[in-house]
Write a protein that binds this ligand. Structure first.
Ligand SMILES: [Fe+2]
Length: 383
């Protein structure tokens, strides 16, 4: 948590204050490289990623003092004239910080799961509500055709924000398709497990089958055998353990792309492409079980309209993460923010129960390597 706090502070110091505040005095010169995450073109050493969790120094007090120092300097900056480019970087810094707010919760969940005591982040209430069954999933049909994809950024307006990888807006041709009204539930995923799917290679991509064998996957991350529950399983959440029987109707989460893909194949369906997902989401307002709702876990769907597009769990798509036609990364080191990750990763859409509501939109492109499971990642079917 200390690293996240220092690194998001570093972002403002490095990309806003050093270039745009005259006479800015850095808090500590070593922080320039110590809290750099991955920007190689800044020209200095970047500490190995695994060290982030074990930096005993600087102390929390010093990191908080770094933050206060940068906050004061930002206020000084706001007193003067601010160039449009600085405004764009401040907006990027705020959005960057929101991404780290989400990462903090997913890291806390993983750290607490890795702790033998298995502590709860917030034990104040249960996440589930077994009181009502999820509505049946129904198909929503789209005609396809030529559609426009991507964020229509007003480049003259420095207050209009999206990430560079959401641009440029461009045309895509889609065949007719159907997309499910809601996410796949734990009950549906348990059927997949009970059908022996983790031991049946016919459902898996080659790399996925290798991952199943290598990691010994038998269920989503955070599922553990529990003979005392009727389902035989319990799930670790940010609110501690819950028997699977009380979460059966909630969306399954913490599955890899490979598991999402195998589940879809087992059901005779497929995952949506990101273009299909975005077309389906274009008409929806941004509401749902996002961080602001405070649940910290996916919730049961309601109704048979297109539901759960935003919030609950990020939805794996069948689309690899690449640049859109005509894509240009931001100039300079900030070009490394998104563009250098455009290999070997898959697109996810829609945000999760730990994504801030003001952070997500229909054109938002998240991306992770296909074996990733520690994020709140789930499944929506298409056909
Ligand atoms: Fe970062």
């Amino acid at each position: 948590m200390k690293w996240h706090q220092a690194h998001t502070t570093w972002f403002f110091e490095t990309f806003v204050l050093r270039p745009y505040l005259p006479d800015y005095k850095p808090f500590r010169e070593e922080f320039r490289w110590l809290f750099n995450s991955y920007y190689n073109s800044l020209g200095e050493e970047v500490p190995e990623k695994h060290l982030r969790a074990s930096l005993s120094r600087p102390s929390l007090d010093e990191v908080l003092a770094f933050r206060a120092h940068v906050d004061r300097a930002m206020e000084t900056l706001f007193e003067g004239y601010i160039y449009d480019d600085a405004v764009r970087r401040i907006l990027l810094g705020l959005n960057h910080e929101q991404q780290h707010q989400e990462l903090m919760l997913t890291d806390i969940k993983h750290a607490f799961f890795s702790n033998p005591l298995r502590p709860a982040y917030d034990a104040s209430s249960i996440v589930g509500g077994a009181d009502s069954p999820a509505p049946d999933a129904v198909w929503h049909s789209f005609h396809g055709g030529v559609i426009e994809l991507g964020y229509p950024i007003e480049s003259a307006n420095c207050l209009d924000f999206c990430f560079d990888n959401e641009t440029p807006r461009h045309r895509v041709y889609l065949e007719a398709f159907r997309i499910a009204s809601r996410s796949v539930t734990c009950r549906e995923y348990l059927e997949f497990i009970s059908d022996g799917a983790y031991a049946r290679p016919e459902f898996w991509l080659s790399e996925g089958w290798e991952a199943v064998k290598k990691h010994g996957w038998r269920a989503p991350l955070y599922w553990e055998r529990d003979a005392t529950d009727s389902t035989g399983w319990r799930i670790f959440t940010l609110r501690g353990w819950h028997p699977l029987s009380v979460l059966l109707e909630t969306p399954v989460c913490h599955v890899s792309f490979f598991e999402a893909d195998a589940f879809a194949r087992w059901r005779g369906c497929r995952l949506p492409t990101e273009a299909e997902w975005e077309l389906a989401a274009n008409g929806s307002s941004i509401h749902g079980n996002l961080l602001d709702a405070g649940r910290l876990h996916p919730a049961i769907a309601s109704g048979d309209g297109l539901d759960q597009l935003f919030g609950d769990s990020w939805e794996w798509t069948a689309s690899p993460y690449t640049g859109y036609p005509g894509y240009k990364p931001l100039p300079g080191a900030l070009g490394e923010y998104n563009s250098k990750f455009m290999s070997g990763q898959m697109i996810l859409r829609g945000g999760s129960c730990v994504t801030p509501a003001s952070h997500i939109r229909a054109t938002y492109r998240n991306f992770f390597p296909p074996a990733t499971r520690w994020q709140f990642t789930g499944i929506r079917l298409a056909a």
